[in-house]
Design a protein around this ligand. Structure first.
Ligand code: GLC
Ligand code: CA
Length: 552
């Protein structure tokens, strides 16, 4: 412990919180047009409150032409008509706060829509006052793009605009031009956006591709990727470069230090949850850790995605959890996810038994869990035939196999036509998953063996025992190789989480009296005799150890 880190107030709600991610287009359709909206979301808030979560993060609800479903914002301070009105947003804030739920909105700093008035002005002439709000450059001598940067959606990151004969930069779609955060007017305007929502009572922001906003001031070419370089999601051309200059310039930390000061002007700990993509594994932990801030004065919760897509192995999880904890500066905290609107759903990656065990890991792991809507009922996501594919990310591959539509399919409330998401006679914007008969809220609500029931129990357990949320994390090495075991402990309690990754049963020895509080196996418990805990295949157990904490 060093005293340059300011101590976090004991009320740091976001350390103990469970955050529930809602993709508003797919949660509930209130007005029956096949598209999820804020009124529908408000109607379904009881489900969210019943889960026992503390906060919701809602993907972008701002005005948008929907080229990237809300990540192309054309008006930062209004609600898109697909989702409702500003009044609906106020109703949501009020209804959520009355249920003790905080509300986190998405904030998209790296780019706007090409229809945003700022960009419309910027592209109108080389001398427009907003010209420098975006990146405009002359063509290279051969007429091609100014440098070799590639878009995450495929192709060059530069598009030539015939009006003025210059190229503009877009890290994502051509409809998503990158904002120039080196221009103080841009930063001032974006701080104004934050204040607009903070004044309305929003409790924080999830910051989209947070580390992308600062680029090399000279816009130098990226070098080729070193051989063996890896990425979360292989993206073809994007993967062939080392992303040294197109994002993550060290000046980005000043941006978040100043942004944090805006949040800190408001009472009640309004938080910044930040999506950080570092594509070079060698630097990843160190780069990621910098977003806490040297004085813990940047992001409250950088979002750690390293549990997504881990191989099913006790060793892989053990190593990753240990790395997550070791990589954090003193007193820093991060958030953990298993899925999102960008990632293949857990239930599509793992069978139901393993999905149950990973839910136990997510909800006892040392970090603030972000639970993706539908994962609590084990939705695997829809099969989206090519003629209904909508995600432009997927469009870059011939078969659309990289598309993110499946994980964005409508929430399954009931087994009825259209899953209770939209009226039976209105086709939802994306198809419903094939698993709707079993993966739906209504049928799982009354089934004590359901994933929904398990998720609720896990969240309740975590919320009522601070050792399980903010307690110290200690990896146990004295277990069989196929078992992941860790303790979470504080001054008063000591818990053991043990997960059997093998497809055979395994007994582990407990070092004292113990109380098996929860197992993820569907059958009844009672497999704990004397000092032996029997773990079924792919089962997780959460055990309260009565041995005093000691000094370890
Ligand atoms: C983030 C979002 C993703 C979006 C991209 C561009 O990665 O999570 O959905 O497409 O940023 O805004
Ligand atoms: Ca609707």
């Amino acid at each position: 412990m060093t005293d340059r880190h300011r101590p976090e107030p004991p009320s740091a709600w976001w350390r103990d919180a469970v955050i529930y991610q809602i993709y508003p287009r797919s949660f509930a359709d209130g007005n029956g047009d096949g598209i999820g909206d804020l009124a529908g979301l408000v109607d379904r808030l009881d489900h969210v409150a019943d889960l026992g979560v503390d906060a919701i993060w809602v993907n972008p609800i701002y005005r948008s032409p929907m080229a990237d479903f809300g990540y192309d914002v054309s008006d930062h301070v209004d609600v898109d008509p697909d989702y409702g009105t500003l009044a609906d947003l106020d109703t949501l804030l009020d209804a959520a706060h009355r249920r003790g739920l905080r509300v986190i909105l998405d904030f998209v700093p790296n780019h706007t829509s090409d229809r945003h008035p700022w960009f419309v002005a910027s592209r109108s002439s080389r001398t427009d006052a907003k010209r420098d709000w975006y990146y405009w450059r002359d063509p290279a001598p051969d007429g091609g793009p100014p440098n070799n940067w590639v878009s995450a959606f495929g192709g060059s990151a530069w598009t030539l605009d015939p009006t003025t004969g210059q190229y503009y930069l877009h890290t994502f779609l051509p409809e998503q031009p990158d904002l120039n955060w080196r221009n103080p007017d841009v930063e001032r305007a974006m701080h104004g956006v934050l204040r607009f929502w903070l004044d309305r009572g929003v409790d924080g922001f999830r910051i989209d591709v947070a580390n992308f906003v600062m680029k090399d001031p000279e816009l130098r070419d990226n070098p080729p990727a070193p051989t063996g370089a890896s990425d979360y999601r292989p993206l073809g051309a994007y993967d062939t470069q080392r992303h040294l200059h197109d994002k993550n310039h060290p000046d980005v930390h000043e941006v978040y230090r100043r942004l944090r000061r805006v949040l800190d002007e408001y009472p009640g700990e309004r938080i910044a949850l930040g999506e950080i993509h570092v594509y070079d594994w060698a630097d990843w932990r160190v780069e990621f850790a910098r977003f806490h801030g040297a004085e813990l004065d940047e992001l409250h919760l950088p979002m750690d995605q390293s549990l997504v897509g881990l191989p099913w192995s006790a060793e892989a999880y053990a190593r990753m959890l240990a790395e997550i904890v070791a990589g954090r500066p003193d007193h820093a905290w991060s958030s953990l996810i298993l899925g999102s609107h960008d990632e293949t759903r857990v239930a599509a990656r793992l069978d139901p038994v393993r999905a149950r065990a990973t839910m136990a890991i997510l909800l006892t792991a040392p970090g603030t869990p972000v639970l993706y809507y539908g994962d609590e009922i084990g939705m695997a996501g829809a099969k989206v035939p090519p003629h209904r594919a909508l995600d432009r990310w997927g469009a870059q591959t011939p078969d659309g196999s990289l598309g993110r539509d499946p994980q964005r399919s409508p929430m399954q409330w009931t087994a009825a036509e259209n899953a209770g998401f939209s009226p039976p006679d209105v086709e939802p914007w994306l198809p419903i998953g094939d698993d709707v008969d079993t993966a739906n809220v209504e049928s799982q609500r009354t089934d004590p063996g359901s994933l929904l029931a398990l998720t609720r129990r896990l969240i309740r357990l975590r919320s009522s025992h601070p050792a399980l949320s903010r307690g110290e994390f200690l990896l146990r090495r004295d277990v069989p190789v196929d078992v992941l075991a860790y303790e979470r402990r504080d001054d008063t309690e000591r818990w053991l989480v043990a997960v059997n990754f093998a497809s055979t049963a395994i007994d582990i020895e407990l070092d004292g009296a113990a109380d098996v509080v929860l197992t993820t196996g569907v059958e009844a418990t009672g497999r704990h005799r004397d000092r032996t805990l029997g773990l079924r295949p792919h089962e997780a157990a959460i055990v309260r150890l009565s041995t005093p904490t000691g000094s370890a």
